[in-house]
Every structure is written in structure tokens, then in C-alpha cells.
Design a binder for this molecule. Structure first.
Ligand code: PMV
Length: 312
């Protein structure tokens, strides 16, 4: 790519994600299903003497240091192009919606493009993973992989492997969800670590639950491909029950899940790491009337289409 064209390409968007089925099991090598949100993060690049990052104002100093370290890792992996990078996000942070992964993917895309390198999902994923490791330690990789592909994917990674396998899942019908926020939650690392201790004490018992979640992922994927949204909703409901059995739900998460089911959701569950708060997702044929009703009550929620044919 010509230098002038590279300099003109100064903005890169990356979407947040929701996990439809299979969170936590994916950390142990089982498959999970995740789709991109229409909300996300935009990285902007201005020509500069050296590769650098404008740290967002108001970021607590520990987070700023972590972001700088993560940026350095990405700059190294992308060849230190001469751009000054800034990021803007419309995703709520630390809610299980993949905001740190979207930061990583948007920066990875921008840096690779500024270096004149390939911006294929695989390459973006590789650079973004260098950043995600700084944010999360040993994530399964599903967040940044979903963001890098920007499509509904079934993802699986053997624990310890560098990269996972990805299958893009086509939906026969529009796949629309409502996302409702139910309050602050503990960091993913803490929730994943506490579950790891429980499963290490009773490995056979926890393995059975992870295997059942993996079955739901496979059945849910087939349901999407066949256009059977009732079957997908049922898989989501059962997946929520199993996450609850694993100790990953809470009163406020459950209250929202049951409420959304009463309001006509085909299925509802926590999404992401869960724990004490975070986000709940619900599958609706038309989520908008429910979004409007909950918004009038002061609940933060929005809708997004994850896959399938879109209205023109
Ligand atoms: O950080 P969250 O809430 O999007 O959780 C990611 C999903 C987990 O399976 C809980 C962790 C992982 O690394 O896959």
C-alpha cells in the first residue's frame, strides 16, 4: 500500500461481543458461540514521529499503566508504525461485552494497516491477543477473536494453545438480542480464578457440567443454522441454569433473566464471566418494544442483531 494511502487510513472500528452459549467451558477447551455487537471501539491514528498512544483522560493510573503495556505489546507485534493512536468507545466497560478485546482489536487493525501489513482476521487476532494477555492473563481468546472476525462464530481452543479454531456460523433468520446491564461485577480474572479452584477440588463433577454446556453449544449452533430460534432459546435457558449451578449467577442476574422470560424472551441468560453483576442477554424476535419498556424504567439496555438477514 502507498504511504499516502496508509496515512489516510486513520481509523479502525472493532465491535464488542456477547457470548450466546458456552462461557467458562471455553476456558477448559470446550466450544462456545459468540456474536458481534453493533457497539464497539474506534481507534484513530494521526501521523507522528514515533508509534505512541494517547491514554484516555480520567483513566485510573493502574489501568493507564496496563493499557500502555498492552499497547507496547501490540506495537511490537505490528512493527511500530509512526502513528499516535487514540481510542473512543461506546461500550460499557467491565460488563462482559468484550470492551477490552474491542480496544485491542481496533488498535491492532489500525497499527497493522498503518504498517502496510495484512489486516486479515487471523493477523488482527494475533496482534490483539498480545494486548489481551496484558489485560486478562490467560483468556480463552473468544472475545478478541469474535471482535476480529466481526461475525457469529463457534470458537474452541485447547488450553495452552496459541490460537483457537473458528467456524463462522450462518443464521437463516435475523438473530436479535436484548442486552440489559444489571450492575458492576468482579473482574473476569477473579471469577474465572474462583471457579478454577472449585473445579480443581471436584474435577469430575465440574467436568460433567462443562460437557453438558458444550452439548448446548453444538445444539444451539445447529438450531441457528436450521432457523429454529425456539430451540436456541431453550439451550440459552438451560445454559443459564448450568452457569448458576457453577456458582456464576446472583440474585440480580436471576431477577433480570426471569423478568425477560416473562416479557416474552425465547431464552435469557447471563453473558460473559457473570458473578455478581454484568450483563444479561435475551433472545427476542423483536426486542425493541421490551428495550423501550425497560428504558422507561431506568434500566440500561439496548438491542443488537448478531447475525442473519438484515432489513434494507
Ligand atoms: O470478560 P468476559 O466477561 O467477556 O468473559 C469472557 C468469557 C470467559 O469464558 C468467562 C473467560 C474467557 O477467557 O473465555
Amino acid at each position: 500500500m502507498a504511504k499516502a494511502a496508509r496515512e489516510a487510513e486513520s481509523s479502525a472500528f472493532a465491535s464488542g461481543k456477547v457470548i450466546l452459549l458456552g462461557e467458562h467451558g471455553v476456558v477448559y477447551g470446550h466450544p462456545a458461540l459468540a456474536g458481534p455487537l453493533s457497539w464497539g471501539v474506534t481507534a484513530k491514528g494521526a501521523p507522528a514521529k514515533a508509534c505512541g498512544l494517547s491514554v484516555p483522560k480520567g483513566l485510573p493510573s493502574a489501568h493507564a499503566k496496563q493499557l500502555k503495556r498492552a499497547f507496547e505489546a501490540a506495537a511490537e507485534a505490528a512493527g511500530h508504525p509512526a502513528v499516535k493512536v487514540s481510542v473512543e468507545s461506546d461500550l460499557p466497560a467491565s460488563m462482559g461485552l468484550g470492551s477490552s478485546a474491542a480496544v485491542a482489536v481496533s488498535i491492532a487493525r489500525l497499527l497493522l494497516s498503518a504498517s502496510g501489513r495484512k489486516t486479515s482476521p487471523r493477523e488482527v487476532e494475533r496482534v490483539a491477543f498480545a494486548m489481551e494477555r496484558e489485560f486478562h492473563g490467560t483468556p480463552s481468546g473468544i472475545d478478541h477473536t469474535c471482535s476480529a472476525y466481526g461475525e457469529l462464530i463457534q470458537y474452541r481452543k485447547k488450553p495452552g494453545a496459541d490460537a483457537g479454531s473458528v467456524r463462522v456460523v450462518e443464521s437463516k433468520r435475523p438473530l436479535k438480542i436484548l442486552v440489559a446491564l444489571v450492575g458492576e461485577r468482579s473482574p473476569t480474572k477473579a471469577t474465572v480464578g474462583a471457579l478454577r479452584e472449585r473445579q480443581a477440588r471436584y474435577p469430575a463433577r465440574y467436568r460433567r457440567l462443562f460437557e453438558e454446556i458444550a452439548n448446548l453449544v453444538k445444539e444451539g449452533t445447529s438450531a441457528i443454522e436450521a432457523g429454529d430460534l425456539d430451540a436456541l432459546g431453550d439451550a440459552m435457558n438451560i445454559n443459564h441454569g448450568l452457569l448458576s449451578a457453577l456458582g456464576l449467577s446472583s440474585q440480580r442476574i436471576d431477577d433480570m433473566v426471569y423478568r425477560l422470560r416473562r416479557m416474552g424472551a425465547l431464552g435469557a441468560k447471563l453473558t460473559g464471566a457473570g458473578g455478581d453483576g454484568g450483563a444479561v442477554i435475551a433472545l427476542f424476535l423483536e426486542p425493541e418494544p421490551t428495550v423501550a419498556k425497560l428504558t422507561r424504567e431506568g434500566i440500561t439496555c439496548f438491542s443488537s442483531q448478531l447475525a442473519g438477514p438484515r432489513a434494507l
